[in-house]
Design a protein. Sequence first.
Length: 36
Amino acid sequence: MAFAKALLVILLLAAVVAGIYTQFRIKRGRKRDAGE
């Protein structure tokens, strides 16, 4: 049960990190497009 809870926390963290990373990439992509 503890393992399942730990796995859930890891998946949640991974989802948050992926969301932040995606936002960061979109912002950088927009800046680059505007610069060129």
